[in-house]
Design a protein around this ligand. Structure first.
Ligand code: RB5
Length: 144
């Protein structure tokens, strides 16, 4: 898969861990996040990732900040982006199966009960169910 990722200073270590894991699995990762603790604003980092994703050719995007909350909100302000703040294997699975999320968000300061790598594995291996969920997603795209 081809994946774009961006982060703020709240998720440098987590971003590096995710990139290393994805690359170890043979995926192509475009890292637009910061690799230092320099402060940056999560709306700007979300915009960078979304802008790159919208160029096409990506399977999905990942955004990370301290909680995952701010950067997921920011990503979702962009038309056509469905960014899911997943926190366990159930929400990782549903984010794809029901919401066909094209972005996922994580928090670098969050204590996950299941490894983020496992959450990504579930998200990436789950198929969108389509059917009644397609119409709901179309309604999302008509908002705002
Ligand atoms: C940055 O300190 C922090 O506010 C940000 O990473 C994120 O957690 C916001 O939602």
């Amino acid at each position: 898969m081809k994946i774009v990722i961006a982060n703020d200073h709240g998720a440098v270590a987590l971003k590096k861990r995710i990139v290393a894991w994805l690359e170890s699995k043979g995926h192509e990762v475009v890292n637009l996040g910061i690799d230092t603790e320099d402060r940056v604003d999560y709306p700007d980092q979300a915009a960078r990732a979304v802008s790159e994703y919208c160029k096409g050719g990506y399977d999905f995007g990942i955004v990370c900040c301290g909680t995952g909350i701010g950067i997921s909100i920011a990503a979702n302000r962009h038309r056509g982006i469905r960014c899911a703040l997943i926190h366990d294997t159930y929400t990782a699975s549903m984010a794809k199966a029901h919401n066909n999320a094209n972005f996922v968000a994580f928090g670098g300061r969050v204590s996950y009960h299941e490894p983020v790598e496992q959450l990504l594995e579930v998200f990436m291996s789950t198929e969108f169910e389509g059917g009644r969920h397609s119409g709901r997603i179309e309604k999302l795209d008509m908002l705002g």
